[in-house]
Ligand binder design. Sequence first.
Ligand code: NAD
Length: 505
Amino acid sequence: MTSLQDSLGRLDAYLGSVRTDGVLNLIGGKSSEAASGAVFQSVSPVDGSVICEVAKGGAEDIDAAAKAAKEAFPAWRDLPNAERRSLLHRIADRIEERAEEIALCESWDTGQAIRFMSKAALRGAENFRFFADRAPAARDGQMLPSWTLMNITTRVPIGPVGIITPWNTPFMLSTWKIAPALAAGCTVVHKPAELSPVTARILADIAHEAGLPPGVWNVVNGYGEDAGRALTEHSDIKAIAFVGESRTGSAIMRQGADTLKRVHFELGGKNPVVVFEDADLDRALDAAVFMIYSLNGERCTSSSRLLVQSGIAEEFTARLVERVNAIRIGHPLDPATEVGPLIHWDHLRKVTSYFDVALQEGATIAAGGERIGEQGCYVRPTLFTGARADMRIAQEEIFGPVLTVIPFDTEEEALEIANGVAFGLAGYVWTNDLTRALRFTDRLEAGMIWVNSENVRHLPTPFGGVKASGIGRDGGDWSFEFYMEQKHIGFALGKHHIPQLGKPH
Ligand code: NAD
């Protein structure tokens, strides 16, 4: 790994053109300013310095992008599968070639530590390869013969789709949503998060350099209530794939109602990690710490509630405090850094406000609980103990490096606490009792559960949440189910009886 000084020098070179030209929209293969001429600034959470200006797109830009996506759709839909597959692989090749640039820009724009962001770029390439290889079979269907008909099914791409992404790991998440859409044969209008616009534009540029036809992938930057809303309301956009907060998901559902949008939501979480007395406690500790304090805790699948069985609670918590206090906080481009600055000052205010909430509710701040410095959005990794399941710190998504510890006595109690929140994205269970693991996971309300493991993503498995954590699944063939329409065609096998109306007896 290169040193912080090296990385800063390279970042400077990579950001050269972004600084001078700004981040423009990309519509119909052409870079453009917002129709209104408006811009906003992207600012680094490290020190508040301006990274670049960004086109502030609105309804007019969304309309132009949706029209470009509609025009490009028939040719992209009808592209031979082998060509689609190799084009998507070419995009993956170029992501790998520019992985360092992507990682450095992403760290600087979001505050996420480089040790995690360098992998995010490669994960993005992997997403493209995975769906590239599945593209040729995307339209495959079934044969469901009856006595009279040969029934077949096939899948066709739904049309131009809108993709709206958040700021926490913007590059990886954009590839996660856009790669399957393209592989399915859809064209795309992407609205990246306003707080982290830089790598979305690099990604779209990579795709065009790899030979993607103009209009297939359009990018409109701007604010959620403005460009985002217009995208969800546009009649040429057939579906919205959204990753973000649960309440934004509700708003999008309302906004898309008039045009009957199909929606796919990957939303918030308040995920439990449940540690039973019989678990491998060393591994459970490693996993619990990793799942909440990596990626600054700005991670939808973070294990933000630790449910620990009473008999081991005291010792486990003491070990946890030691580990949390030892986490290395620092500049996100420093390879030694484990936790960097939060994305933005508004988010810093939100996260730190929970320190007061915890104390008011009668919990204890066992580690952290304070901002670091005055300049950047740094906060000390924090641990709340003495919490009850009904407290706000145990119910609400804080989305920072903040863990709430709740002790429990019995399996039933653990299940009640685990399920007693609005969310249901992920769950982590630590026990060496196989029967209990089977029983517990069966009743745990979550879209994804790992037993004796941290979150280890395997792309063919379904990714998504229940309750307020989402609608729909990504991964494997599930992504294609969203981006494609099922079609049934029945061929008569002979001369079966057709009811004869209006015919004289
Ligand atoms: P957010 O909902 O504030 O914003 C996400 C995106 O939605 C942004 O691009 C924003 O501009 C846009 N947006 C906002 N209002 C809109 C509107 N009315 N219409 C259309 N678009 C609108 O979320 P965020 O703060 O950027 O991201 C953090 C959230 O994302 C957390 O809740 C986190 O759990 C969630 N998340 C979920 C997953 C998952 O897979 N379940 C993954 C990552 C993040």
